[in-house]
Design a protein around this ligand. Structure first.
Ligand code: UGA
Length: 464
C-alpha cells in the first residue's frame, strides 16, 4: 500500500475489526491486548464456560497483567466474547486462528482437527471479503490447506483470503510479547492481505514509534512464515538441551554448568539467554513442536535433516529421570531392576507448572518427576503457587499441600522443580527446622548453594 493511502476495510469500519478464534493462552491474550491497542475485537470459542468467564472479566488462566486489561477493555466496549460463529463471521474483517495444535495421540505429528473445525465452521458464514490469518503453530503446508478449505466452504469464495502470521509469546510474559513483539511475520499471497495485516498491526507499530523503537517486519510466503515459528522453537529447545548435555558432562567431571554457561554466553555469537541448565523444557509448545517438526520433515522426505531433534528430546527426557536417580543416590536407596526404590521416602516437590508465572502444567518437567517419584514408591507432597488446580487434574493421586511449609514438613528430601520467586527466596534456616532430612535437589539451579549449605543442607544442583 502506498504511504498515505487508506485501505478500504470490508466492514466499512475505520480500522479492521478483529476476531480471535480460540480463547486459550494465545487467543485470549491477543484479543485483550489488541483491544488495548484500540481495535474492536471479538473473541470466539466453542467452550461456553470459558467465554462466560471472559465476558465476566475473569481470565481463565494465570497471566500477569491480563486480568486488569481484560476488565478495562470490556468496560470500554471494545472487547466482546461469543460462542456464536455466525456473529464472529459477521463482525470480523480479519479472523485470527488461535486454536491449539497439540500432539496427536497416535504419533508425533500435530493434531490439526481444531484448525479444520474452526475454519469449516466459520467459512460458510463468510459472505463478504475477509482475511483469515493463522497464528497457531502448524506444520508447513497448513496455510495452503486452509485456503482450499475456505474455497470449498465460503460463499464469498476467493474474496476470502488466507495469510499466516505466527506468534512468539512466552507464557508469563505474554502481554509484553504481544504489545511489544521483537518481530512480526506476514506470510501472504497478495498485496491486499499484506495491507490488511499492516492495518491490523498499526497499533503495535504506533506504540513502538512513541517509544522510539522499531518492530521489524518480515514479509514472506506461507511456507516460510509457518517454518519461522517451528524453526525458532526448535532452536530454543536445542539451546536448552545443549546446555543440559553439558550439565551431564559437568556432573562426573566436577565442573559447574552455571559458570560454563555464563562463560560461553559472553561470546555474542552464542549469547547467554536460554542456557539455564535444569530439569529441561516443558509446556504446551517446545516439546510437541519439535516432535511435530520431525514428523513433518519425514513426510517431506527430509527426516534426516531433523534427526538431531530426536536427540534434543532424549536429552530433555533424561533430565527428568536424573532427578529420581539423584534422589536415590542422596538418600542411599538401592537400585532394583525396575529403577530406584524410594519406598517409604517422603519427598516435597516445590513447583508443578512448566515454568514460573504461569498455571500451565502441560508436559511439565516438575509433574513428570512427581509421577516418576511416586512410581518409585516415594510419598510425594506437591506445592505450587498457581498451578495446583491444573496439577490436581493432571496427577490426581499425588498429595497436594497448601503451602511450602506444609509440603516440606517431615520430608526426607526437598526438590525445587520450578523456579518460582517464593521458592528462590525461601529461608533455608526456617525450612531446616521443618524437614526430617536436610537434603535438597535444586532442579532449576535457582537457589544459592552457599546459603543452603550454611544452613546445614546437603545441596545438589543440576550439572554443578
Ligand atoms: C515458547 C517460546 O519461548 C515462545 O517464543 C513461543 O512463542 C512459545 O513457546 C509458543 O510456541 O507459543 P513458552 O512455552 O511460554 O514459550 O516457554 P519458554 O519460556 O520458552 O520455556 C519453555 C521451557 O523451557 C520451560 O519449561 C522453561 O523452564 C525451560 N527453559 C527455558 C529451560 O529449561 N532453560 C532455559 O534456559 C530456558
Amino acid at each position: 500500500m502506498t504511504p498515505g493511502a487508506t485501505l478500504a476495510v470490508p466492514s466499512g469500519a475505520a480500522r479492521p475489526r478483529l476476531t480471535f478464534l480460540g480463547t486459550g493462552y494465545l487467543g485470549a491474550t491477543y484479543a485483550v491486548c489488541f483491544a488495548e491497542l484500540g481495535y474492536e475485537v471479538l473473541g470466539y470459542d466453542v467452550d461456553a464456560p470459558k467465554i462466560a468467564k471472559l465476558t465476566g472479566g475473569e481470565v481463565p488462566f494465570h497471566e500477569p497483567g491480563l486480568d486488569e486489561m481484560l476488565r478495562k477493555n470490556l468496560a470500554a466496549g471494545r472487547l466482546k466474547f461469543t460462542t456464536s460463529i455466525e456473529e464472529a463471521a459477521a463482525f470480523g474483517d480479519i479472523h485470527f486462528i488461535c486454536v491449539g495444535t497439540p500432539q496427536r495421540a497416535d504419533s508425533m505429528a500435530a493434531d490439526l482437527s481444531h484448525v479444520e473445525d474452526v475454519v469449516v465452521r466459520l467459512a460458510p458464514h463468510l459472505h463478504r471479503k475477509a482475511l483469515i490469518a493463522g497464528k497457531s503453530t502448524v506444520p508447513v503446508g497448513t496455510a495452503e490447506w486452509v485456503e482450499q478449505l475456505v474455497r470449498r466452504h465460503a460463499p464469498a469464495g476467493s474474496h476470502v483470503e488466507v495469510a499466516w502470521s505466527p506468534e512468539f509469546l512466552q507464557e508469563g510474559h505474554a502481554v509484553e510479547d504481544v504489545l511489544r513483539p521483537n518481530r512480526v511475520i506476514f506470510g501472504v499471497r497478495s498485496e491486499w492481505a499484506n495491507d490488511m495485516l499492516f492495518a491490523a498491526h498499526k497499533g503495535v507499530f504506533d506504540l513502538a514509534t512513541t517509544e522510539d523503537r522499531e518492530v521489524p517486519v518480515v514479509i514472506t510466503n506461507f511456507a516460510t512464515a509457518e517454518l519461522v515459528k517451528v524453526a525458532a522453537n526448535a532452536f530454543l529447545a536445542t539451546k536448552i538441551s545443549f546446555i543440559n548435555a553439558m550439565a551431564e558432562i559437568c556432573e562426573p567431571a566436577g565442573a559447574d554448568v552455571t559458570q560454563l554457561a555464563r562463560a560461553i554466553g559472553y561470546d555474542a555469537r552464542i549469547g547467554n539467554r536460554f542456557l539455564r541448565a535444569g530439569v529441561g523444557f516443558g509446556g504446551g509448545c517446545l516439546p510437541k513442536d519439535i516432535r511435530a517438526f520431525q514428523a513433518r520433515a519425514q513426510e517431506l522426505g527430509v527426516g534426516e535433516a531433523l534427526r538431531f531433534l530426536h536427540e534434543v528430546d532424549l536429552i530433555n527426557q533424561r533430565r527428568r529421570q536424573w532427578v529420581v536417580q539423584l534422589a536415590a543416590e542422596l538418600l542411599g536407596r538401592p537400585f532394583g531392576p525396575a529403577g530406584p526404590d524410594l519406598s517409604g521416602v517422603k519427598v516435597a516437590v516445590l513447583g508443578a507448572t512448566f515454568k514460573p508465572n504461569s498455571d500451565d502444567v502441560r508436559d511439565s518437567p516438575a509433574l513428570s518427576v512427581v509421577r516418576k517419584l511416586s512410581r518409585s514408591g516415594a510419598e510425594v507432597s506437591v506445592y505450587d503457587p498457581e498451578g495446583m488446580e491444573n496439577a490436581r487434574r493432571e496427577v490426581p493421586d499425588a498429595t497436594y499441600a497448601r503451602s511450602v511449609v506444609e509440603a516440606v514438613t517431615g520430608a526426607d528430601l526437598v526438590c525445587v522443580l520450578t523456579e518460582w520467586e517464593e521458592f528462590r527466596t525461601a529461608d533455608p534456616v526456617v525450612l531446616a527446622d521443618l524437614v526430617a532430612g536436610k537434603v535438597v535437589i535444586d532442579g532449576r539451579n535457582c537457589l544459592d548453594p552457599v546459603l543452603w549449605r550454611r544452613a546445614g543442607w546437603e545441596y545438589r544442583g543440576m550439572g554443578r
